[in-house]
Design a protein around this ligand. Structure first.
Ligand code: MN
Ligand code: MN
Length: 402
């Protein structure tokens, strides 16, 4: 280490695990400075952190990458992040024409399109079908057990898949190729009423993802079902939905109230401007599984009994908050922070600390917290999921500039 580095304004200082009050010591031993820079609140935790909160973050960049001709996938499940038992996530990309093969699974599948576009297909138990194209900001939901496929269109695509079981793996689903490969040929012949020779070239194992031609326009692939189309759409345009806007950001909520088929998974797409914050809150229904789409921030999770732990989060990370534990997410960067809050639930629900206090007898709150009119007069009866105050947020962004 060159001690002059810390005095050279063109180079960022090497961070040291020393708090502003002098606690800590320089780290001259083996270390990963890049990671220490990415995690300033883990490296030098706020004085308010305390106790034994488990790890609540895992980056997709630390997950195994499954490479195929036609695309890639990587997943963050309970094997990567043991606390995350309610939901599992898969980040997948498909080339133009790349296919995630025909398959099904026991878990519900919820997906958000990040980039590009894809064609999705499904058929339900009553023989009603569904074929649709999805683009950036759209999502889809396949109920448990419903067979489906995904294919990249002209520009390819990347999306996030979320499943309502933390121990799910996308590499362990029920695939059409796998079933064919493990069914006696004479049974296939008897099932379809064609000679065994018809199955001469079937794949010998699960295909998972493969390269195909870019499909033609959706009209050219339409298949008429005598039973019609599925009654509740499997597709929803989340980003096109009018958001709830507050100073500092916006929120779009999607659950079974506005996307009726999505009975097992609820979500909120949250936008937090630089200097703004997803307010102090918790969820009265289930654990929260997060996916960060852009920007960087920090989150402290409060677990009761004096336990609190702060994590730094950035694009590509999965975050997690156990059921009912208090938290905030503060934008610590110069770009807008976008993230998804996801729940294994039929509805989105959150409790605002601010709103709770505003709707509780004033004397009670005041005597409980030893606070006066300065705070009491500022409380808000209307919920603001994202907050930004002109006088307050300046100091915070400054603190994080290197
Ligand atoms: Mn699937
Ligand atoms: Mn939350």
């Amino acid at each position: 280490m060159n001690p002059a580095d810390s005095h050279n304004p063109s180079r960022p200082a090497i961070p040291q695990p020393i708090r502003s009050d002098g606690a800590g010591n320089v780290d001259l031993g083996p270390r990963d400075v890049m990671r220490d820079r990415e995690n300033p609140d883990m490296f030098v935790p706020p004085l308010t952190d305390n106790g034994l909160i488990p790890n609540l973050k895992f980056s997709f960049s630390d997950a195994h990458m499954q490479l195929n001709h036609g695309g890639w996938s990587r997943e963050v499940t309970v094997r990567e992040l043991p606390v995350a038992t309610t939901l599992a996530g898969v980040n997948m990309s498909l080339t133009p024409g790349g296919v995630r093969e025909l398959h099904w699974h026991q878990q519900a599948e919820w997906s958000y399109m990040l980039l590009g576009s894809a064609r999705i297909t499904a058929v339900d138990q009553n023989g009603r079908n569904f074929i649709a194209d999805v683009g950036p900001g759209d999502l889809w939901y396949f109920p448990p057990g419903i067979p489906h496929s995904i294919q990249g269109l002209a520009e390819g695509c990347e999306f996030l898949l979320v499943f309502d079981d933390g121990s799910f793996s996308d590499l362990n689903t029920l695939s059409i190729s796998d079933w064919f490969a493990h069914t006696p040929p004479e049974v296939l012949s008897a099932n379809f009423g064609v000679p065994e020779a018809a199955f001469r070239s079937i794949p010998k194992e699960q295909v998972y993802i493969y390269q195909d031609q870019v499909p033609g326009p959706i009209q050219s692939q339409k298949i008429e079902s005598p039973y019609g189309e599925i009654p509740l759409s499997f597709k929803h345009q989340l980003l096109a939905q009018p958001p709830l806007r507050t100073p500092g950001g916006s929120v779009r909520i999607v659950d079974s109230s506005n996307f009726p088929i999505s009975r097992n998974i609820a979500a909120a797409l949250v936008e937090i401007e630089p200097g703004a914050m997803r307010e102090l809150h918790w969820h009265p229904n289930n654990d929260e599984w997060q996916y960060y789409l852009s920007g960087q921030g920090r989150m402290t999770v409060f677990g009761g009994n004096g336990d609190a732990r702060t994590f730094n989060v950035r694009a590509g990370d999965v975050g997690y908050v156990p059921f009912a534990q208090g938290h905030y997410i503060q934008n610590t960067g110069t770009d807008t922070l976008w993230f998804l809050e996801m729940f294994r639930s039929d509805r989105f629900a959150d409790v605002s600390l601010n709103q709770w206090m505003a709707l509780t007898p004033r004397e009670l709150v005041s005597s409980n917290l030893h606070v006066g009119p300065e705070l009491m007069d500022a409380l808000r009866k209307v919920k603001w999921p994202v907050v930004k105050y002109p006088d307050q947020s300046q100091g915070q962004t400054k603190k994080y500039k290197e």
